[in-house]
Design a protein around this ligand. Sequence first.
Ligand code: BG6
Length: 513
Amino acid sequence: MGSETVVLGQKVLAPDTAPAPASTFFIFGASGDLTKRLLLPSLYNLANEGVLVDDFAIVGVDRVEQSEEDYRAYLTDEVANLPGHLDTEGETWKWLISRIGYVAGDFEDPATYGRIRERLERRRQQTGNAVFYLAVAPRFFATISEQLGAAGLLKEEPETFRHVVVEKPFGTDLPSARALNRRLLAVADERQIYRIDHFLGKETVQNMMALRFGNGIFEPIWSKEYIDHVQITAAETVTVEQRGRFYDATGALRDMVPNHMFQLLAMTAMEPPNSFDADAVRTEKTKVIEAIRHMRPNDAIGAAVRGQYRAGFVNGQAVRDYRAERDVDPESRTETYVALKCFVDSWRWNGVPFYVRTGKALAVRRTEIAIQFKRAPGVLFRHLPTALKPNLMVIHVQPDEGVSLRFAAKVPGRKVKLSEVEMDFKYADYFKAAPSTGYETLIYDCLCGDPTLFQRADTIEAGWEAVEPIIEAVSGGEDEVQFYSAGSNGPAMADVMLAQDGFQWLPLERERR
Ligand code: BG6
């Protein structure tokens, strides 16, 4: 059977995955959206995989006064209504729900933490391990951690762990990220803090390391000598939906770039680490982010494009102007799209542009990393009517996870004619993957004490340090937000940015052969 996942009726067992140690998993923000949409489904999938032990328990913490029975009933209703809903009648849900408790209390009230301590005391026979997952508004991240610290709940005894998981956004700029790190690190050790970037939970993002370092053929050509430029795209079809208040104060640049986009860039550009040790990997990634060239005010012209969507159609559905969305300023200049030209100032990448784009209400949902190699000299094929396209490797992060490689081949026949062909690896064709939200690996790793896929304090700060000058440069008045129609590929200026360098974005709407 090897390492293949075994699908047994409803149960999906991953035979090579050791069960995570027993622990109590506290969720602050127990009635929030993240809890029902992602955390519970992920814990359900982990239970289904058989990696949660009998002594595992979940305790929701929130302000709402309610009994444990009411909380369980609420969760069961909520998850049953999710798209692709969980089977709340099945054994796995019964197993999970019987392990869910509830503590009511205000996050700022020390009495809440007294109740949490009592709860942990009662579980002492089973385990002293605890994870505190902060699925709350960012303004509570430091407060809750400090309260946990003051109540002695972050103190680890021999053979027990206490971990804090901090969601995104981690600060809104460099000073706020630094201040948050300082407050967290005053009450917990760096190795106890798990800062989530959910892009790192995506299978294809993790596969970047296997692809680059597990194969002999790619690493030698992974440098400025052979690579012309890199395009990193995270295109979304969704609009700001109900998140107008947060989004209008944040924008695409802050929401996506210092974290998700730079993580993709770091995975692409990092040097091989010496081991899979968490710090070895994270140090190499941080070095890349630290080496991103800081933009100076005048550099923004031609190296940064901000866009905002106007009314249009996405997948046949009418979308209204961003400025007409709920909780958005009718004169907002916030970007819902950003394209950047970045450089990584290292020996390996000197002079290679990394173009990064992300936006909402675009034509298709597509996250990918495209590596365009240098063109072959055309002397042999100069008689051909059109120039050959350069080799292209695309890592398809989502959807249709996989990797494709474009190269030239001779068209059968007596005349020499060339055509581009594509070799395509799709995850779905090779592996039977268990259903996943992308959070399973992250939760499992946190339970097992492996922070490799989490952001370290210095990585987060390096991300903000690189983004800060861009924010300053684009808010200097020269930059105007460019409009694009919902359902398009983004603002035309983003195309101009690449055209100036002699390149073109890969079209968002394209067939994979
Ligand atoms: C979140 C951003 O971190 O990532 C959202 O706040 C964005 O604005 C989301 O939509 C994208 O994640 P995914 O996994 O849907 O690509």
